[in-house]
Design a protein around this ligand. Structure first.
Ligand code: SF4
Length: 248
């Protein structure tokens, strides 16, 4: 087991937040009618993607009938349809479809995670739940640090949750702390020489509206806008042409 596999296994067994444990398991028992024949995952949903990812996508938390049902981030709901279609369109996923953990989807140099790993009621974790889950995010960031060069943050909740975790994982934050905005771009230099083996150790953050149905149905976030941010971040991470030297 590598470090990230150990972290993922730890996440999947976590029961630190009583309200979320009760909710995710109840949703799994009661189910939505359309998924009555599914055995819901009903546990914390670990990050998804390779251990040497250069780009990390950070959301909010799994959806009750999406990730909480399928056991994989952004899988089995409309938000995931939008996200993975965009990653596929940019060449950073092998397929656009994301319907179940066994559907063959592979992310190419990209990992997808969330600052809260359990589905929360109304998609709203409490500040205490966000803080309780932060050690998992810090551990994930530390494990990815040798290769990680860019992060796309989907929405203000993810942005605010991520900043202190980045600081703990070795990327000190500028003061004042950068604010979330769609299209924002912030470079975080390392101060200790980093943990990688080649190239710059700096990390670049990109802000993007969340791929929630509310945003995509209303046109606040269009597929073109999402693709634009992912392409810019993919170039910065060295995954797509035109950015840093590709080291894959
Ligand atoms: Fe554990 Fe995070 Fe789920 Fe809380 S939200 S139970 S800390 S995995």
């Amino acid at each position: 087991m590598d470090e990230l596999e150990r972290i993922d296994a730890g996440v999947a067994g976590c029961r630190a937040c009583p309200r979320l444990v009760e909710w995710r398991e109840r949703v799994g028992r009661e189910k939505r009618a359309a998924f009555a024949d599914w055995e819901y995952w009903a546990r914390p949903v670990p990050g998804f993607g390779p251990p040497d990812a250069r780009l990390l996508v950070v959301g909010l938390a799994p959806a009750a009938h999406g990730g909480n049902r399928t056991g994989r981030m952004f899988t089995g709901d409309r938000s995931g349809d939008v996200l993975y279609a965009a990653l596929h369109a940019t060449g950073m996923a092998n397929q656009a479809e994301s319907v179940s953990a066994g559907d063959g989807l592979r992310l190419l140099g990209v990992r997808v995670t969330a600052p809260v790993h359990c589905a929360p009621p109304e998609n709203k974790p409490t500040p205490a739940e966000r803080d309780a889950c932060r050690p998992w995010l810090v551990a994930e960031l530390r494990a990815l640090r040798p290769t990680l060069r860019a992060v796309v943050v989907l929405g203000a909740f993810g942005w605010q949750a991520l900043l202190p975790a980045l600081s703990e994982a070795g990327w000190p934050l500028p003061r004042p702390r950068p604010a979330f905005a769609h299209g924002s771009r912030v470079r975080l230099p390392t101060t200790d020489g980093g943990a990688g083996t080649s190239g710059s150790e700096d990390l670049t953050l990109f802000g993007c509206y969340h791929v929630s149905q509310r945003n995509t149905f209303t046109g606040r976030l269009t597929p073109e806008m999402l693709r634009g941010v992912l392409e810019e971040a993919g170039r910065e991470a060295g995954l797509l042409g035109g950015g840093r030297e590709t080291e894959l």
